[in-house]
Unconditional design. Sequence first.
Length: 404
Amino acid sequence: MSESFLKCFRCGKEYTINRKKYRCDSCNGILEVRHKLGETWFDPGISGVWRYKKIIHPSVPDEFIISRGEGSTHHYTHRKVSEWTGVDNISMKHEGENPTGSFKDRGMTLAVSEALRLGVRATICASTGNTSASAASYSSIAGIDSYVLIPKKNVSRAKLAQAIAYGAKIISVSGDFDSAMSQLEAIIEKNHEYYLLNSLNPWRIEGQKTIAFEIIEKNPDVDFISLPAGNLGNTTAIGKGLMELKEMGVIDKVPRIVSVQAEGASPFYNLWSGKTENLVPVRANTIASAIRIGNPVNWEKALKSIRSTNGIVMAVSDSEIMEAKRVIDSAGIGCEPASAASVAGIRKLVDEGLIDRTDSVVSIITGHILKDIDSISAMDSDIELSSFLSSSGLEIPLSVAHRP
């Protein structure tokens, strides 16, 4: 008998994990993975995502696990970031250190391992970049064909290049990410040969919740966990992980989730702040391409995560995002624009008096700095060579690219 099962988040109907369709037959709600939780939640002899196999996928045989050593990402602290945010004890957990450069690898190791267990022949996803890179890599390692639906515009060239290099079959579709996602669901509804790898797939959530597990192992007394919010998979996953740790008695105090959207793509914030009664999709427009999503598929689950952790949903402007990115980059840490939203949100909450300088904060950096090099070029400015170099007598007829 399986130690895990699928359950509709909306109506509660249960299914076995052998099911490939991740919407409920009765109400069309999204399914989630449930486990029979025990006292043991990690293997001390293993590092990374699969350290937590007992509470992410205890039923998958080891021979089906497709892993690239994802997880175990570092926490960084820096004086510049502390001073800029106004929080003394703020660290940044850098998910850009994962194999394909983003947090997506945590969920993809689970989802593609499950695809292999189910015997599927092809995976498919819609993506603005990071999902496609991760899906293509893990599918290729598994020996499974990978298909990616890409919006025609506003996709990072670096991210798309990864998907192409890893062997994905790229399908360009009209419209934005939300349009691509709608077309994707129509495809998998008609053709069950394709296995969905977007965060509608609940196994993705199981992998991504290991971010919360690693944070708690390092700092069980953390007060706030902030993260960028696009399709709301991470908000869902981290909330799910924290509440499972509480259920198992691992923690008593539950950190508050801070879910940060870009102002130009903030339907979840609009719902949370009372501007709308239900989630109303928007036409997303933000420099942060990884969270440029106007109709997040996981919003119902994410809402539960925010409520169960007494969390906060907020929105920051593109200028606030880019200002935070400059600080993170100049600290030698670096990130793609969407990642910086997690730090920008903390500064805003400090200014509003909702976070104190003495609070313990972990901000999740979701993607590597090289995921979006166009945004770096846009920030560059020329300065004169330093007086030290000038006084050396060397003739260096080049300007130096610099970001203050």
